[in-house]
Design a protein around this ligand. Structure first.
Ligand code: RP5
Length: 182
């Protein structure tokens, strides 16, 4: 395990609690696989408001380009962060509460006009997509990241091709009227 101490992060991933980690790991996985340097931090808008502000000042100085915030329940983390920085903020609503993420989704997505939070879907797919959006933002002026995004999409297409092949193999001898147009 290598610890990069002298590389500045391009993305900061903030979450409200360690109970958010199992979902927000999906964000980390994608950023890591694209070789994007990132930081991950547990900070809460209501439990650690001062520390959150100090951290935001630090990462802005370090040159972070995008901030991803994962939070559940009342989920004001992303909105609070967006209010403090001029960077794009992507909010991941999480489903830990009795309302199963509907509360977090509405709290994250319904920002009043003027202070936007780009909100993705609830849970793991949202956490994945948040990382992909951050990478797309970075890729605007990074050809290596553009190429990696292209390869990522090609892999998604290949997986669908493989699934179609499996469907074909499963049903071609089972149904006499089934047709395959390839
Ligand atoms: C939010 O409250 C956190 O993002 C978390 O999803 C939720 C519950 O936090 P814990 O009580 O599990 O620490 O602020």
């Amino acid at each position: 395990m290598k610890l990069n101490t002298n590389i500045d992060p391009l993305v900061a991933v903030i979450m409200g609690s360690d109970s958010d980690l199992s979902v927000m790991e999906e964000t980390a996985k994608i950023l890591d696989s694209f070789e994007v340097p990132f930081e991950m931090k547990i900070l809460s808008a209501h439990r650690t408001p001062e520390k959150l502000n100090v951290y935001l000042d630090q990462i802005v100085k370090k040159g972070v380009k995008t901030i991803i915030c994962g939070a559940g329940a009342a989920a004001h983390l992303a909105g609070t962060v967006a209010a403090r920085v001029y960077l794009p903020v992507i909010g991941v609503p999480l489903a830990g509460s009795p309302l199963k993420g509907l509360d977090a989704l509405l709290a994250t997505v319904q920002m009043p006009g003027g202070i936007p939070v780009a909100t993705v879907g609830v849970g793991k797919s949202g956490a994945t997509n948040a990382a992909l959006i951050a990478i797309q933002i970075l890729a605007l002026d990074d050809d290596k990241l553009k190429e990696r995004m292209l390869q990522y999409r090609l892999k998604l297409q290949t997986k669908v091709d493989e699934k179609n092949e499996a469907v074909k193999n499963k049903y071609k001898n089972l149904y006499s009227n089934i047709l395959f147009n390839d």
